[in-house]
Ligand binder design. Structure first.
Ligand code: NAD
Length: 286
């Protein structure tokens, strides 16, 4: 297949690389020249024009920071005009579900183009290994068409109609962020008591307190002191806000979620721009 890829950052580049390795033609763009060069090094075609990426592709994948950016890229008249009917637009970014639903309706009505949401979980490691969990929202027939393409990047879970993937992804990250907060507070308290954090994590991983934070984030990025998961704190905060705003719109209380957002927002203010999300543990401990 001919695949367009917009957004070749921490996640987009390894995902586009997996598509190349699966034998697809990949044409991509990013605002950062170095990211475009990296795609070329991996056998893709890079261009500075999003409209060139959108032209003549079967599938147009977006892996961008937020709904704001996704909407602005697709609102560009040259990009919209380049999309041909039958092309599938796949927003793999972690975007806002209600905006995704509206965008899909607009694209279908104005351009005759289908959009599905297919956000991912698994981090940079999962993207490099092709082991992401891909939460896809859209009509069965569209999911069926995309499945062979997406399977080059991970395991596909059909979550329901369009925007359901984005809803699930944001709610997943709210859980993940709250786990990381409470895990970090507990490990820091345990260390103060004299427990060895590595022993604590090993024990918790066989106990009921375990989570992605005890199994992955603490042992791989926090204990070694590298804080280099490749997922920015600002992006985590964006996802938490999407999830709590959604809950509010639905009339579901998000008491713990709102408190977690406050703490992450404070950390974002105090840490340097671009800090990795695992820095929340260091911030709590200092
Ligand atoms: P990133 O900031 O590393 O990559 C985003 C890329 O988009 C950047 O390279 C940027 O230059 C590019 N970009 C921004 N505006 C653009 C435009 N108008 N045209 C072309 N390129 C543009 O972010 P990331 O970590 O790769 O995350 C991308 C999305 O995936 C986000 O929605 C994030 O929440 C989500 N996500 C990230 C991870 C992770 O572990 N990093 C995991 C799951 C989901």
């Amino acid at each position: 297949m001919r695949i367009g890829f917009i957004g070749l950052g921490n996640m987009g580049l390894p995902m586009a690389t997996r598509l190349r390795e699966a034998g697809h033609q990949v044409v991509g763009t990013d605002l950062v020249a170095e990211n475009r060069s990296r795609l070329e090094e991996r056998g893709g075609v890079a261009t500075t024009s999003a409209a060139d990426v959108a032209a003549n592709v079967d599938v147009l994948i977006l892996m961008l920071p937020s709904s704001d950016v996704v909407e602005s890229v697709l609102a560009d008249e040259a990009v919209a005009a380049a999309l041909r009917p039958g092309c599938l637009v796949v927003d793999m970014s972690s975007s806002e579900p209600l905006r995704t639903r509206a965008l899909a309706e607009r694209l279908a009505a104005e351009r005759g183009v289908d959009l599905v949401d297919a956000p991912v979980s698994g981090g940079v490691k999962g993207a490099v290994a092709g082991k992401l969990t891909i939460m896809i929202g859209g009509r069965e027939e569209l999911v069926g068409r995309l499945r062979p393409v997406l399977e080059a990047m991970g395991t596909v879970v059909h979550t329901g109609p369009v925007a359901s993937g984005h809803a699930l992804k944001a709610l997943n990250n709210l859980m993940s962020a709250a786990h990381l907060l409470v895990t970090s507070e507990a490990v820091l308290a345990g260390r103060e008591f004299g427990l060895d954090p590595a022993v604590m994590l090993a024990a918790v991983n066989g106990s009921s307190g375990r989570s992605g934070s005890t199994e992955n984030k603490w042992p791989n990025f926090i204990l070694p002191g590298t804080y280099d998961s490749g997922f920015a704190l600002q992006l985590m905060l964006k996802d938490m806000r999407i999830a709590t705003a959604l809950a509010t719109q639905l009339g579901v209380p998000s008491r713990l979620g709102e408190r977690a957002v406050e703490l992450w927002a404070l950390a974002a203010q105090e840490l340097p721009a671009g800090a990795d999300h695992t820095e929340i543990a260091r911030w709590l401990g200092t």
